[in-house]
Design a protein around this ligand. Structure first.
Ligand code: TRP
Length: 370
C-alpha cells in the first residue's frame, strides 16, 4: 500500500480513497460550484450525480463548454473492460453519459476492451472476455441510447478501425512513460504495454473534441493521451470523473465484477438482490435496536445509504429525509436496506426487460469497420 493508504490505478483500486489527495496526485481539477452553475446555465438543469459530487473532478470541462457555446460540437466516449457481468456500479458513468448525450445532442462511442481484460486477468480466456463484451453491450443499450447516435466498439472486432489511430498514438508514447504511469515491470506482458494506445484510439475517431465521462481510476490512460494529442495534431480529450463505487462489503475498494458477494449484477434476481444486501451490505447502524434508537446510524459509511445517494434515489428531498431519519435513529438499518432493495429491484425488473429487447437491436449499435 502506498504512503497515502490508498491505491488507484486502472487495474487496482484499494483502500479508503481521499479524493482531495487523489485530485492533487493526478493533477485534475475539482468540479467547482462555478462549473456546476455553468453547466446548469448551458443545459438548463444539472444532474443529481453532479450536485452530489458523484462526478467530482474534471480535465478541461470548461473548454468543452466554451467551444460548445461558440457552436463547436463535441462527442462522448466511455468504455468498459468486460471481465464479467455488468454490475450496478458500472451503470454510473453510462447513465450520466446518456444524460450528457441528450442535453448536448452528441454522438457517443462505447468501447468494450475484451483484449485488455484478456491481457490483465490470468483467469480469463479471450473467448470469455469477448462473450462478456456482448453481454455488457446489452446493459449499455438497455439504458436507452439511440443507435443513430451511438456506436459500440469491441476491440477484437473493430481492430481494423482502431489500429491506424492506435499506431499514431503508440509511436508517441515511449516505454518509460507507460512504465512510470502504470508501474509496469519486465514481467508485464507486452499486450498491456501497448494497450493505452487502443484505449486512446476512440478519442480521435471523429474529427471533433471528445468528452469522456469515466471512473477516476481510468484517468492515467488519458493523461498519456492528453500528453501526446498535440504531437499528432489532435485536440486533447476532456474528462469528467466519477468516484469509485464502494463494494457492498464497504469502503476500501470499488465494486469488483469478480467478487460475487460484494457485487450486485444487473442479471441478479429479486431474491438474490435481497439476500446480498441483507447479508453483505456494510451497515453504519448500531449493534442493537436500543442503541440505534439512542445514538442513531452513520449514513456516510452505510453502503445502503450510499447506493441511494449514488444512483437509486434521485429525489433530493427523499434522500435528505432518509439521511436524517437514519442519523436520528428513527430509521433502522434493516428498514434502510429494505428501501434500497425495493429501489434496486424496481430498477432491475425494467432493466432486465430492456436488456432482453436489446438482443434484437445489438447489431444496430455495433460499429462496422469501413
Ligand atoms: N479500461 C476500462 C475498464 O477496464 C475500459 C475502457 C475503455 C474505458 N475505454 C474507456 C473506461 C474509456 C472509461 C473510458 O473498465
Amino acid at each position: 500500500m502506498s504512503a497515502d493508504d490508498f491505491i488507484v490505478t486502472p487495474w487496482h483500486v484499494e483502500g479508503d480513497i481521499d479524493y482531495d489527495k487523489l485530485i492533487k496526485k493526478f493533477g485534475t481539477e475539482r468540479i467547482s460550484s462555478e462549473l456546476l452553475g455553468r453547466i446548469r446555465t448551458v443545459v438548463g438543469e444539472d444532474h443529481f450525480m453532479l450536485r452530489r459530487g458523484i462526478f467530482f473532478s474534471h480535465r478541461e470541462m470548461n473548454r468543452i463548454l466554451d467551444d460548445y457555446q461558440k457552436g463547436q460540437k463535441f462527442f462522448l466516449y466511455t468504455g468498459r473492460g468486460p471481465s464479467g457481468h455488468t454490475h450496478i456500479g458500472h451503470l454510473v458513468p453510462w447513465v450520466f453519459s446518456k444524460w450528457l448525450q441528450e442535453k448536448f445532442d452528441t454522438n457517443m462511442y462505447f468501447q468494450l476492451t475484451d483484449d485488455e481484460k484478456f491481457f490483465s486477468k490470468s483467469n480469463l480466456t479471450l473467448e470469455e472476455t469477448n462473450k462478456f463484451a456482448y453481454e455488457n453491450a446489452l446493459d449499455f443499450i438497455a439504458l436507452g441510447f439511440k443507435s443513430d447516435k451511438t456506436k459500440i466498439i469491441i476491440n477484437t472486432k473493430n481492430i481494423q478501425t482502431l489500429y491506424p489511430i492506435a499506431a499514431q498514438v503508440a509511436k508517441k508514447i515511449n516505454f518509460s512513460n507507460t512504465k512510470a504511469t502504470f508501474g509496469f515491470t519486465n514481467e508485464t506482458n507486452i499486450g498491456m504495454i501497448f494497450y493505452t494506445a487502443l484505449q486512446s484510439a476512440p478519442c480521435f475517431i471523429e474529427n471533433k473534441p471528445v468528452l469522456i465521462p469515466l471512473g477516476v481510476d481510468q484517468d492515467p490512460h488519458f493523461r498519456l493521451t492528453r500528453d501526446i494529442a498535440p504531437k499528432i495534431g489532435k485536440p486533447k480529450p476532456a474528462l469528467i470523473h466519477n468516484i469509485m463505487i464502494p463494494s457492498l462489503e464497504g469502503p476500501g475498494g470499488k465494486m469488483s465484477a469478480s467478487d460475487n458477494n460484494g457485487t450486485i449484477y444487473t442479471t441478479d434476481s429479486p431474491n438474490v438482490v435481497k439476500k446480498k444486501i441483507n447479508k453483505h451490505a456494510f451497515s453504519g447502524g448500531q449493534p442493537d435496536i436500543e442503541q440505534h434508537r439512542k445514538i442513531g446510524g452513520n449514513p456516510d459509511i452505510d453502503v445502503a445509504y450510499q447506493y441511494l445517494r449514488i444512483f437509486f434515489e434521485p429525489d433530493d428531498n427523499k434522500l435528505k429525509a432518509i439521511y436524517e431519519d437514519y442519523k436520528s435513529g428513527k430509521l433502522l438499518s434493516g428498514e434502510l436496506k429494505a428501501i434500497l432493495i425495493e429501489k434496486i429491484n424496481d430498477f432491475l425488473s425494467i432493466h432486465q426487460e430492456k436488456r432482453e429487447k436489446a438482443k434484437d437491436k445489438i447489431h444496430e449499435f455495433l460499429l462496422e469497420n469501413k
